[in-house]
Design a protein around this ligand. Sequence first.
Ligand SMILES: *[C@@H]1O[C@H](CO)[C@@H](O)[C@H](O)[C@H]1NC(C)=O
Ligand SMILES: *[C@@H]1O[C@H](CO)[C@@H](O)[C@H](O)[C@H]1NC(C)=O
Ligand SMILES: *[C@@H]1O[C@H](CO)[C@@H](O)[C@H](O)[C@H]1NC(C)=O
Ligand SMILES: *[C@@H]1O[C@H](CO)[C@@H](O)[C@H](O)[C@H]1NC(C)=O
Ligand SMILES: *[C@@H]1O[C@H](CO)[C@@H](O)[C@H](O)[C@H]1NC(C)=O
Ligand SMILES: *[C@@H]1O[C@H](CO)[C@@H](O)[C@H](O)[C@H]1NC(C)=O
Ligand SMILES: *[C@@H]1O[C@H](CO)[C@@H](O)[C@H](O)[C@H]1NC(C)=O
Ligand SMILES: *[C@@H]1O[C@H](CO)[C@@H](O)[C@H](O)[C@H]1NC(C)=O
Length: 549
Amino acid sequence: MGFKSSLFTSLLMVGSAAAATTTAAAAASTVSVEPIIMKGTKFFYKNGTQFFIKGIAYQQDTGAAGTTTGSTYIDPLSNVTLCERDIPLMQKLETNVIRTYAIDPTADHSGCMALLQEAGIYVISDLSEPDLSINRDSPTWNTALFTRYKSVVDELGQYENVIGFFAGNEVTNNNTNTDASAYVKAAVRDVKAYINSTSSRWMGVGYAANDDDDIRDNMAHYFNCGDQDNAIDFWGYNIYEWCGENTFTGSGYSEVVSFFQNYSVPVFFAEYGCNEPDGAKGRIWEETTALYSSEMTDVIAGGIVYMYFEEANDYGLVSIVDDKASTMADYDTLSTVIAKVSPSSTAMSAYTPTNSPAACPAIGSAWQAADVLPPTPDNSTCDCMVKSLTCVPSDSLNSTGYAALFGSICGLDASACAGITANTSTGVYGAYVMCDATEQISYVLDAYYKNQNSDSSACDWNGQAQVVKASTAASSCSALLAAASSSNSYAATATAGSASTSTGSSSGSSTTSKSAAPSFSRSILTLGDLSVGLYVLVAMATGAGMLVL
Ligand SMILES: *[C@@H]1O[C@H](CO)[C@@H](O)[C@H](O)[C@H]1NC(C)=O
Ligand SMILES: *[C@@H]1O[C@H](CO)[C@@H](O)[C@H](O)[C@H]1NC(C)=O
Ligand SMILES: *[C@@H]1O[C@H](CO)[C@@H](O)[C@H](O)[C@H]1NC(C)=O
Ligand SMILES: *[C@@H]1O[C@H](CO)[C@@H](O)[C@H](O)[C@H]1NC(C)=O
Ligand SMILES: *[C@@H]1O[C@H](CO)[C@@H](O)[C@H](O)[C@H]1NC(C)=O
Ligand SMILES: *[C@@H]1O[C@H](CO)[C@@H](O)[C@H](O)[C@H]1NC(C)=O
Ligand SMILES: *[C@@H]1O[C@H](CO)[C@@H](O)[C@H](O)[C@H]1NC(C)=O
Ligand SMILES: *[C@@H]1O[C@H](CO)[C@@H](O)[C@H](O)[C@H]1NC(C)=O
């Protein structure tokens, strides 16, 4: 479940709340917040007191207010007037965490963040937005996504009451799309390294999973296993198993606790609050009592109620009419229930973690993501590659034509496409899987042309391609391109069962990428609409599949 939206738009522009923002920020600037850190499977205030999440999901769907046609999301933390309306209501529920699903990194969040801080409320935010997220049907981890994720970290990371981020929400959601988890784990790795290199304090990077029987155990192990620099800092479970009246065992909560007993990082409910049998307002919150009881608190670090806003899916605590908030019956029930919970806590000094990371799941029909991950998106590498090409798209090729061209070229010459192929189950990736679609089609045109001994007739495609002189590239390009070229040769020849051999090649190229100076130069060719890129990649994958057959 969670935040879903599909309309197309540009980012929300927020500016006129500046005056209110400044006032709120000034008022709160004297309040300092005790940062949250993790140790083993538990969260703590930095002062050593254990921290249990009492959270609420806080994100209004587009169109819910009837005001925002044409937006893919409404930033929940950029309008101080709305934060002033809602935060007191969340405080009355003893809320200490909100989960936001999509924020606009260009907006000013200082007002809302200050109000939250004053209220003792921390934020865990998803990094994606509807138009820039890892798509389970055509998963990728590329420069556009990494740029978006970094911008959210840069923006929210300024505020000490940010605990961390989700690199994905229910991306893999059943056994047909387990491959997508490789890209999400690559995002975890890269965002962790980015936080590590840019922030002076800890912020975690986790994943929010759905609760699908077939995959949940493999998935939990996958995100926890292997090199801990690549593994999640916390596991969020979106769980709706306890509905109405139930019990610890009857609800399946006991199995969750028993499964996660051995997990090595914090686990919490990233969404909970089943609305059956009586709809949102009929919720009685027995599961909340259970969540903070001694049966669970040793293993589960609390949970986030889904959700603040009452909307068409009927999971709300508060309904909004004409910008006015009114609490619903389940809000009152929750406030009574939450007032009575009193989780018994452990002091950080008295706690010695003993669990170790899980083993990675075996690759097979049930799980198709190896722990050898896709490369780190690196604009410099893509940029250097484009500059080195001598066969490139002509003006008459636009993104509509990419799919057909990928299909034709990769069908004629698979080796020309090795640099953009990916196999999650063997962990073999071309170096340019992380570039954008325009860069990729350029690479493929050029590789085909070179494979045809630079015969000019091999760089035409009905006028869609043209021969050019390679541009002068920065001296730093030669090392990047050499590393990419070696990954691509490996990808071209890689066969079954070669995941371990590929480790060297893959990590070699990502190390090179990471150490490269960031480039702010834009590609000479840009693609406006990512969804076109995704479409192209789907078409391409289909083409490549047919080729294998
Ligand atoms: C904040 O929300 C209120 C209520 O919807 C609206 O009237 C106001 O214009 C918004 N402010 C900004 C800066 O968007
Ligand atoms: C640590 O900080 C939290 C939040 O301010 C506070 O509730 C708690 O009492 C503090 N613990 C200690 C040991 O000072
Ligand atoms: C990197 O490339 C992506 C995709 O082309 C683009 O959206 C982004 O702005 C670039 N980032 C930088 C820092 O140049
Ligand atoms: C798996 O999830 C996808 C995407 O939500 C859906 O289209 C497909 O029907 C699901 N398949 C199964 C077997 O549940
Ligand atoms: C963070 O940086 C430290 C030292 O700079 C390093 O030991 C650690 O492995 C890094 N972690 C990640 C996730 O990059
Ligand atoms: C947890 O670890 C113990 C000891 O290693 C083991 O016996 C048990 O089977 C594990 N439980 C799960 C659910 O993995
Ligand atoms: C894009 O190229 C296609 C041919 O592949 C053409 O039909 C279409 O008009 C072009 N669109 C634009 C906006 O140039
Ligand atoms: C990945 O590689 C393995 C081993 O070569 C092969 O069996 C499998 O079909 C490939 N998967 C895809 C999606 O191409």
